[in-house]
Design a protein around this ligand. Sequence first.
Ligand code: ADP
Ligand code: TRP
Length: 330
Amino acid sequence: MTRRLRALSGIKPTGTPHLGNYFGMIQPAIALQETHEAFYFVADYHALTTGRDPAVLRRASHEITATFLALGLDPAGAVFFRQSDVPEVLELAWQLACVTNMGLLQRAHAYKAALEKGDANELSAGTFFYPVLMASDILAYDSAVVPVGRDQLQHIEMAQDMAGHLNAAYGNVLRRPEALVRAEVPTVPGIDDRKMSKSYGNTIDIFLPSEKAFLKVVKQIKTDSKGVDEPKDPEVSTLVALYRLVASREQSDDMAARYRAGGYGYGHAKDALGKALEAHFGPARERYNALLARPDELDDVLAQGAKRARAVAREVVGRVREKVGLRALP
Ligand code: ADP
Ligand code: TRP
């Protein structure tokens, strides 16, 4: 049997997963387990660049794990683990840092955005180093494909560059990964029309407790002041964009036609979206809550995953150590 290619991705435990996380990364990652060897992890080292609350970190790590399992990740086949259970990635990050120019890191969008917000001297070295650790996450597992949302593309390109630099310096030692961004999934808009993101506080969490709770957030989605009777353009509507993600093709086409025809108000669209969100995520919510109520079992899954992941990382890091002239891992 030919070996399956490895798919790898990570997500920071900085809060409860939202629609952007789900459609950008979680859903495509879970789907890939059918065709690839899936390696997914909770990026808790990365979360330390922004969070300082140990209880939140632990809670969110369990939430992410329960989310993946509730939505169908099979821990018998896939490897699901905590980034920090494989400390070898910190070692590889150092090897990569030593062949990476400051210039490459200074061009990172996230770094530039952070600079615009404040004084460069106040920015943590961890934030600056973030792309190096992320490259190490990817390269330490000989990953072939990395399913992520569009906003992570630059980070994957930087990982490709770093693999190239290390390979150029020491001979072929790291595998060059490819990003996998689903062409049909646009960046998911938030309730204020900007990109949905925890940092903007404009998210719709996927496991809100009920249809009523979904509707409450959906009601906050910004719309223009067109009256019920007026025709509306579905292509510029956040409501329609979100509905298309969770409703069937038929239902979405129907909503778009009603927009164009007039006599259909934003209130109607909001009701339909609330219902569709509940229909899409409601069934997995029961599993999610049951899993979250058993943190010991989540820890077992993470420990099993870490064992398998660590064996791969030790092999790769061992290879790099030998090439650069260090002794074998103790
Ligand atoms: P946030 O911006 O809320 O902090 P993260 O940076 O933790 O989200 O993103 C985790 C994953 O979810 C990444 O792969 C990212 O590309 C994806 N993602 C986040 N927000 C969106 C969005 N609005 N649309 C598509 N994908 C997204
Ligand atoms: N930076 C990613 C995010 O914010 C999380 C992440 C860390 C990651 N390491 C990774 C994603 C490795 C893919 C591969 O979403």
